[in-house]
Design a binder for this molecule. Structure first.
Ligand code: MG
Length: 385
């Protein structure tokens, strides 16, 4: 049997000098007794997994509306893909895969309903009140909005887990816990989650774009990364008819996208490893966060290919008239809810109403709407609350 102390001891021996070690954690805002079996980072992961905000991810749009089809990614399945990729990458690099998993599971908790349309609308409505950004909102969810036992606000996570989620500058005036810096470089585990996030959505958005029929394989066929991935799939299945493409065969589409994920994660590990090998001046994880830019990286070749793919997705999928039309409707819905709840705050649940005196009316309404699922937005609109 391995108890917490054994796992902590093993981390010290097995992990890289730049990996976060549970034993060296900087503690929680409210001190707690350590768990007998789990390290503090494993415990953070479990708290996130069991949170209500995490369960709501299943009803939040990634790109395609959660109600449109059973096989499109939602924020929940996206999150699980990121967690799996980040765990693999961190394990290969000798980094702490437990905290990487915790951070990956939490990385999208601040996303409002209805995808980027929801985020843009909330940001516009919050212009004079500190704005809105999903990353920063994620910290509000973890530190204050998630209700827990013992009448405490938030999940009381370790400082390292919270710092890993600070990947971009927090907008001026946006309220986050006062013990957090407004800008920092995440530890390596956080950097890898961030890059796995991008690799995951690039690949699965391409997959979903073809699945939906909105974008054809032809749009991707000439791009280096998808092209190479399909060539790998063909190599593995020599009997495959030469005119079979990811648009005509579901299996080939899945395998091609799978091959892209494999290529990108491997590239991330190899390129980051070579950066770390030469980073002799960095002795411990805090030296990583004191470095102004990311150490985790893709190779130059893959970085170019990633930009190419992103540009194509932007043009052909994210700005597809049908996607834009759904987004337009989503913005109108969020706008209408914002008007209703600011005009009639008592229509919000008591626990939000109680927050108004501390957080202000607009921020409270914003927090309430940001926590809704797509389905809940629709129900609220239909109910005409
Ligand atoms: Mg994400």
């Amino acid at each position: 049997m391995l108890n917490r102390e054994d796992i902590e001891e093993r981390e010290v021996h097995v992990l890289s000098r730049l990996a976060l070690k549970a034993r060296d954690n900087s503690g929680r805002r409210v001190p707690e007794e350590p768990d007998a079996l789990r390290t503090c980072f494993q415990r953070d992961r479990d708290r996130i997994l069991h949170s209500a905000a995490f369960r709501r991810l299943q009803q939040k749009t990634q790109v395609f509306h959660a109600a449109e089809g059973d096989h499109f990614r939602t924020r929940l399945t996206h999150t699980l893909e990121v967690a799996q990729m980040a765990r693999s990458a961190c394990t290969s690099l000798g980094l702490n895969s437990d905290i990487a998993e915790a951070v990956a599971l939490a990385h999208d908790l601040g996303h409002p309903p209805l995808g980027h349309a929801g985020e843009r609308t909330l940001h516009a409505r919050m212009q004079d009140h500190g704005g809105f950004q999903h990353n920063a909102q994620g910290l509000r969810v973890l530190d204050s909005l998630e209700e827990t036992y013992a009448g405490r606000d938030g999940l009381n996570l370790c400082r390292e887990t919270r710092l890993c989620l600070l990947k971009s500058r927090i907008p001026e005036g946006f309220p986050i816990a006062d013990d957090l810096p407004r800008r920092t470089t995440p530890y390596l585990e956080g950097q890898l989650v961030d890059l796995c996030d991008r690799a995951a959505y690039l690949c699965h958005d391409m997959d979903d774009a073809m699945r939906s029929g909105l974008v054809d394989w032809e749009a991707f066929a000439a791009l280096a990364l998808p092209k190479e991935a399909l060539a790998r799939v063909r190599q593995r299945s020599p009997s495959l008819a030469s005119d079979t493409t990811p648009s005509t065969s579901r299996t080939i589409r899945r395998e091609t996208v799978g091959a892209m994920v494999t290529v990108l994660v491997r590239d991330l590990v190899v390129a980051t490893d070579s950066v770390l090998e030469n980073a002799h001046e960095l002795r411990e994880p805090n030296d990583v966060s004191a470095t102004p830019s990311y150490l985790a990286t893709h190779s130059t070749l893959r970085r170019t290919q990633i930009s190419e793919l992103l540009a194509t997705l932007r043009q052909d999928l994210y700005r597809h008239p049908e996607v834009l039309r759904t987004m337009e409707q989503a913005s109108e819905g969020i706008d209408a809810l914002f008007d209703r709840f600011t005009a009639n705050p008592t229509a919000m649940p008591d626990r939000f109403e109680r927050r108004i005196y501390r957080e202000g009316l607009e921020r409270t309404v914003c927090d309430y709407i940001a926590g809704m699922t797509d389905r809940y937005v629709e129900r609220s609109l239909a109910a005409g609350i």
